[in-house]
Write a protein that binds this ligand. Structure first.
Ligand SMILES: [Zn+2]
Length: 380
């Protein structure tokens, strides 16, 4: 076991980061980019763990067993600070606080590490403040920024960071990981890896939770239940409810796992009485989890839209006779029937309608309104 285990299908990235962790003076600013689910924040965290790892031999860094590795991965290492946001933008105050932290010497670790998970969510004024800090780094400070793509970060910052580009792992790699690490049977592993379009976290949840799969199927087959305007309006409501249920289910499971990990890292079990010294760490975790809840609802809705559009994507593949695997291979017969009853032009228009609704959702429009407009336009 090592901190790199979860970076499936990212061999070149792992090689580069391992090598950097062995250096006595690694680059002080990094930019991790990759599509959602490719694991850019996991990669940053694994790298941070390797940099702080207590193994005496540089080649063993990132062991995944020492106290430093554990606490970095659990988010409790004193010298690794992480900023993620549930808001549309990261505030200038948050960035200023981070910069002042960057001035502190590391307390126990080798480095003071600052991770900004949503570096694309900063207005220009905030970015300029950050730029100054990255230009003149205090010794032993390492910045790690994460964003969907390099273009999401202004060029002046980008040019000062060493780039780390994660790719979407191939379906087979994701299936292999699920089978090896989570004990999922190979056929299910392949099915869910395809359904999740290689998003590792989503695939794992679909494999483990039959209810999550049932919810996904209900979302994907929604087009079959669109017959008139009132049905379309109902379908929009269903979509919101399903996304909400999904957000709650995934948050509950993840929160429990994180708490168990933290307790284990502190050498405690769920039954032990929590010593006062540890209480603040648990509280910190609870705060972070609460903060994340809002964001996970929005993410679930976005995920639902992605799932829904895979239905039309598959229909289009069949209509065009393209040689490409169906994302929803388990619905083969249904998809074929649907494909025959409409034209590629109609399908493309429907895919556009979903894209447009996603766009509107990202601007904080009331979700139900955006979805009703979408389901009604899917009728024609
Ligand atoms: Zn270690």
């Amino acid at each position: 076991m090592s901190v790199w285990d979860d970076l499936q299908g990212q061999a070149p990235v792992v090689t580069a980061l391992r090598r950097a962790a062995e250096e006595s003076a690694p680059t002080h600013a990094w930019l991790f980019t990759g599509p959602p689910g490719s694991g850019r924040s996991n990669a940053a965290r694994a790298f941070a763990a390797a940099l702080q790892c207590e193994q005496p031999a540089a080649a063993d860094r990132g062991c995944g067993r020492c106290h430093a590795c554990h606490t970095v991965l659990a988010g409790t290492h004193a010298d690794v600070t992480r900023v993620a946001t549930d808001k549309v933008t990261i505030s200038i105050a948050e960035v200023r606080e981070l910069i002042s932290r960057a001035q502190d010497k590391p307390s126990t670790g080798r480095w003071r590490i600052l991770i900004i998970e949503d570096a694309d969510r900063m207005v220009e004024r905030t970015t300029n403040v950050l730029l100054k800090a990255i230009e003149e780094p205090p010794p032993r400070t390492i910045w790690m920024l994460c964003a969907p793509s390099p273009a999401d970060v202004i060029v002046t910052i980008r040019s000062r960071c060493r780039p780390v580009g994660l790719r979407i792992p191939p379906v087979d790699d994701v299936a292999e990981l699920l089978a090896r690490r989570d004990g999922v049977d190979p056929e299910t592993a392949r099915t869910v890896a395809r359904m999740a379009q290689s998003h590792i976290g989503v695939a794992r949840r679909l494999a483990r939770d039959p209810e999550a799969r049932a919810r996904r199927d209900e979302i994907v087959t929604l087009p079959l239940r669109l017959s008139d305007v009132s049905g379309a309006v109902r379908a929009a409501g269903t979509l919101v409810d399903l996304a909400q249920a999904d957000a709650e289910a995934s948050t509950t499971a993840r929160n429990a796992a994180e708490k168990a990990d933290l307790l284990a890292a502190l050498g405690l079990t769920e039954e032990d009485k929590v010593p006062p010294a540890v209480r603040s760490q648990l509280k910190h975790l609870a705060d972070e989890q609460k903060r994340r809840a809002t964001r996970s609802q929005r993410d679930a809705l976005d995920r639902a839209m992605t799932d829904l559009s895979t239905f039309y994507r598959d229909v289009l593949v069949l209509q065009l006779g393209a040689h490409s695997d169906l994302v929803n291979g388990h619905l083969d017969a249904t998809l074929r029937q649907f494909a025959e009853a409409s034209s590629p032009e109609t399908t493309l228009r429907r895919i556009d309608a979903i894209a447009e609704a996603r766009e509107r959702l990202s601007t904080n429009v009331a979700p139900l309104l955006a979805l009703e407009a979408m389901t009604v336009s899917l009728l024609s």
